[in-house]
Design a binder for this molecule. Structure first.
Ligand SMILES: *Cc1c(COP(=O)(O)O)cnc(C)c1O
Length: 397
């Protein structure tokens, strides 16, 4: 099979960075591809299609109902809007004008992160105000309780490696405080494997991305309490219109959820562990390189290889090494958002068979090149950061 990327002049990137929107999210499972191909040429009554998604989402998440929207990010906005308007269709059409509605949404300061766009913007898009509680690394139940008043519409809780991982209120207690005051809890669990635990721990709505671990098409799954899910669904007559999802992605997500139920998760973990061991072996004994297998920070059943670089010995910094790997005719994109600390990660969960060997040989190739260099390759980190913004500002040139 020819690679469609070549005919369009696109680089054949190998993704060892994780599930990244910027790289096309994930490998869509074949069950979802087949469902999407089958429905695309057909007409279908869209609300009926949405209806058949609900019991599938309910079964997998343990929620009462569910629907599919454009993205998890859209799900945040729609769930917040639902908590503001209820089923008032006139209010739904008036948003983001929130006159007369509860319009405050509470979130721990340590959860206000960027997944490519700011979490709090997803809240504000519904016409709500984000009320930040506590400080970046410290938040107590009294902060939460003290912020709840007659304007409070909802509280948002984010589960992500991006958030501060200590000193904050855990979900169970967060939900207890909210529920004692009648405030619904919306959990952004976009990138989490466990489809049940957040509703079990007290979320009224849990949100997931279709296109991350599930291997679905781009989409967002809204699951939870039936009335709140319904009120979020009704937003499709208002601000949800611009977050519309097509028939193919609704059915594709249903198919991905059903495939997820049948997936041999243990076998996949074993294959991924094999990749990690191969890369670790490749790097073991290379001067200035330490390779360590590390668990996922939010407890997903997934390990990554942390590659720590001592530039004195490798003759290259971690970030220049990452950039070198990303160049050439077989670009390998590593997980490098912490590269300023002198390490990056290799994530094994988005590879086609055989790509693990290419990753191993690219690691060796670039390390050997750097070792052969007389000077240490060390570009200023701030310039690399700035270069990304500069490139963006030149788009589409
Ligand atoms: C990826 C991610 C999002 C965004 O999800 P999309 O479905 O791509 O909009 C939101 N929150 C967190 C924590 C994420 O990891």
């Amino acid at each position: 099979m020819t690679d469609i990327r070549a005919s369009r002049g696109l680089r054949p990137v190998i993704n060892v960075s994780g599930t990244m929107t910027a790289l096309g999210a994930s490998i869509v499972v074949r069950e979802a591809v087949a469902a999407m191909t089958a429905i695309l040429p057909e007409f279908v009554e869209i609300n009926d299609l949405h209806k058949i998604a609900s019991p599938v989402i309910a079964r997998l998440t343990g929620g009462e109902a569910g629907f599919i929207t454009a993205s998890c990010s859209a799900g945040i906005t729609l769930a917040v809007a639902a908590a503001m308007t209820g089923n008032d269709l006139a209010a739904i059409e008036r948003l983001p004008d929130a006159t007369g509605l509860k319009n405050e949404v509470i979130i721990q300061t340590g959860h206000v992160v960027s997944y490519g766009a700011p979490v709090d913007q997803g809240i504000r898009m519904a016409g709500a105000k984000a009320i930040l509680i506590g400080q970046a690394t410290s938040c107590y139940p009294y902060h939460l309780d003290g912020a709840i008043n007659e304007h409070t519409a909802a509280a948002v809780f984010v589960v992500s490696h991006h958030t501060v991982q200590y000193g904050l209120i855990a979900l169970k207690q967060f939900a207890e405080v909210c529920h004692a005051r009648g405030v619904p809890v919306i959990v952004d669990a976009a990138s989490e494997y466990d489809l049940k635990i957040f509703l079990e721990q007290g979320a009224d709505i849990a949100l997931y991305s279709s296109h991350k671990f599930l291997g679905g098409p781009t989409g967002g799954i809204v699951a939870g309490k039936k009335q709140l899910v319904r009120d979020a669904f009704l937003q499709n007559r208002g601000i949800g219109r611009g977050m519309k999802i097509g028939k193919e992605s609704i059915l594709g997500t249903i198919a991905a959820l059903e495939a997820w139920e049948k997936r041999d998760h243990a076998a996949i973990r074993e294959r991924e562990t094999g990749y990690l061991n191969l890369w670790k072996q490749t790097l073991t004994g290379k001067p200035g390189v330490t390779a360590q297998i590390e668990a996922d920070p939010t407890h997903n059943p997934l390990d990554r290889l942390r590659v720590t670089i001592n530039p004195q010995e490798t003759h290259i910094t971690a970030w220049d090494f990452a950039d070198a790997l990303a160049g050439g005719s077989r670009p390998v994109i590593v997980r490098d958002h912490e590269a300023e600390h002198g390490y990056f990660y290799l994530d094994p969960c988005n590879l086609h068979p055989g790509e693990e060997a290419i990753v191993a040989s690219r690691l060796e190739e670039e390390l050997n090149k750097a070792r052969a260099s007389n000077a240490i390759i060390a570009s200023p980190y701030e310039e690399r950061y700035q270069a990304r913004i500069d490139a963006l500002m030149r788009w589409p040139d």
